[in-house]
Design a protein around this ligand. Structure first.
Ligand code: GUN
Length: 279
């Protein structure tokens, strides 16, 4: 039976370490302040934004909330970002996704000061990631790397298969794993014979957005399986992209949903916020 990788426990360790770091920083009069912008009232986004603000309070980071109407124009959002970019008190800026369809996400990512871009979505930070320079790492991929490192799962020379090629998870995660000397494949909806490719993975990372799609047919015996998905099943219970009950018996380690990758995303956002002081 697979070892369960406990994302809640690891995220809580990281947040405790950051709280200690913040205590030291405050003694040196260093302040960290995250500006969180939400456009509209998507209920899931409101939950995420509240969790981010709670994590800030726990660690000793100040947070400021900006709530724009669903109908707010791209220009309105851009002018708020321009103000926050130069506001000395604000050290990090986060625009909660998804944005309403009339706002172009790319224009927003490009407008954020790259040195306050705690989501790591600005093209400059994406470039820094691929060339191995210092910059903000996107939170979910950085969280997956920490889950593996803190579970003492080595990446050097390992075959990693990522299923999913999103700009937020699949692509940046590939860059991070390469940096750790893994051999990386990115699979997607057009990949031929996906089960055969997935079965070559020592470490299989699934971010497809399809409820319980990955069964034991996709998993090599003894592989490590990381599940980025989050869905509700027919009984309204949370579940992932991986059929946990089926895969648990064949994997050597696996992340549950909930309590796996999810809590790590916020922990790594907090790490990005605090990292501003480390330059
Ligand atoms: N919505 C879903 N994931 C994310 C994320 O990582 N950052 C932001 N800003 N919004 C999201």
């Amino acid at each position: 039976m697979a070892q369960r990788i406990d994302g809640r426990k690891i995220a809580s360790q990281i947040k405790n370490e950051l709280a200690e770091e913040m205590t030291r920083l405050k003694a040196e009069n260093f302040r960290v302040c995250l500006a969180v912008i939400q456009v509209g009232e998507d209920p899931a986004s409101s939950v995420y934004v509240n969790n981010k603000k709670k994590a800030c309070a726990l660690i000793g980071i100040e947070s400021l909330s900006f709530e724009l109407r669903q109908e707010a124009s791209e220009r309105e959002l851009l002018s708020l970002i321009t103000f926050l970019n130069t506001e000395p008190k604000v050290t990090g800026i986060l625009v909660q996704l998804p944005l309403p369809a009339h706002i172009n996400e790319r224009n927003i990512f490009e407008a954020i000061n790259p040195d306050k871009d705690v989501d790591g979505f600005h093209p400059l930070n994406i470039g820094r990631l691929w060339t191995g320079e210092k910059g903000f790492l996107p939170c979910t991929p950085a969280g997956i790397l920490q889950l593996l490192k803190r579970s003492r799962i080595s990446l050097d020379g390992k075959n990693c298969v990522i299923i999913g090629r999103s700009n937020i998870v699949g692509k940046p995660l590939a860059a991070l794993l390469l940096q750790e000397n893994a051999t990386v494949s990115i699979a997607h909806s057009r990949t031929k014979n996906l089960p055969a490719l997935a079965k070559q993975a020592d470490i299989l990372i699934v971010a497809v957005g399809q409820k319980e799609m990955i069964t034991s047919e996709y998993v090599k015996k003894g592989a490590v399986v990381i599940d980025v998905g989050i869905h509700r099943d027919e009984n309204n219970k949370l579940c992932g992209d991986v059929d946990f009950a089926d895969v648990e018996s064949i994997a050597s380690a696996i992340t549950p949903v909930p309590g796996g990758v999810g809590p790590m995303t916020i922990a790594m956002l907090m790490d990005n916020c605090v990292s501003i002081s480390r330059n």
